[in-house]
Write a protein that binds this ligand. Sequence first.
Ligand code: ADP
Ligand code: MG
Length: 356
Amino acid sequence: MIKIDHLVKNYGATCAVDDISLEIKKGEIVGFLGPNGAGKSTTMNILTGYLSSTAGRVMIDGINVLDDPLAVKSRIGYLPEQPPLYLDMTVEEYLIFVYNLKGCTMNRTKHLEEICEVVKLTDVYKRLIRNLSKGFRQRVGIAQALIGNPPVVIFDEPTVGLDPKQIIEIRNLIRTLGRDHTVILSTHILQEVQAVCDRIVIINKGKIVADELTENINRIAANSFRYQATICGPQKEVLAMLRARADVTYAEVLSARDGDAYIYHIESTKGVDIRKSLFFALSAKGWALIGLEMLGMSLEDIFISVVDKTDEAATGKKTVKGKRTRGQSPERDLAQSILDATAEKQKSIAPYEGEE
Ligand code: ADP
Ligand code: MG
């Protein structure tokens, strides 16, 4: 449905988008995740034909954005970072205005009614936009994007500035839209992509640094190598014993508890569940295991390490993140595998030349 081909955008000396290639299939909900200034809005603005690119090509539904911008625009509903609202219009007036602007031909009343039903605007339909809360204004922005029933919808940071309840509602709404639209949304909030998107594309400094299905990232993240154990026993000896185990790659004391109990942070070799053997080993020594919890890897860790790794590659410098006794951290291994998979995918997208 969408094909981005070696896209580059320079603003003077600033390279905002640096050779991005990406294919998005019909019906996918894709999240562009990245810190502020990563190039998300710029990429979206080029997709929608709002900005021109410095180099590269964007195809929407088989049409080059530059060849036929109107045809492309008619296939895209766009919610920019700042929704383009006229505060002195009522919701109804504004939506009719957009309807006319887009040159829609379907039954107007019915179409607008349906949209207001979906985005839950019916109650404020006759109200001035100026008097609406931020959450409702955002819905008006989404409603205007849906007018004309475009197959592709693009939302730039759709939940910024909303309260937690509104955020949940908007996320649910986007999920619903995903049933019969191709959706791209941008966000700098990790939980947002996790909650809403089928696929996560991490953008940092104008480059795609990771591109994975959300379920894959979740699965890898849930595949834990990390444990938090509370053990009663002599702290130094316990730690030495943990570190001496062949299946433990990292062990450290986190904090003391009452009496001789200490909390330890342990990481095991990939794919090895150390819980049972750890229990027996400790009890053989006469040390009591009074708490043991498997810690899932947070997406935050993955995100940070993916971004760190690419920064490392760019600067040639290692980012030092805490002392490690042995082995690499699991999230850095994971970051590497995501980076590798992404590099493969980027390679497999055919270059501009030699096509057609
Ligand atoms: P994001 O949406 O991920 O926060 P943007 O696409 O807005 O990132 O910005 C990417 C980079 O391009 C930033 O470094 C930003 O400062 C720069 N930039 C964005 N728009 C302009 C512009 N009109 N002129 C110059 N630089 C810009
Ligand atoms: Mg932005």
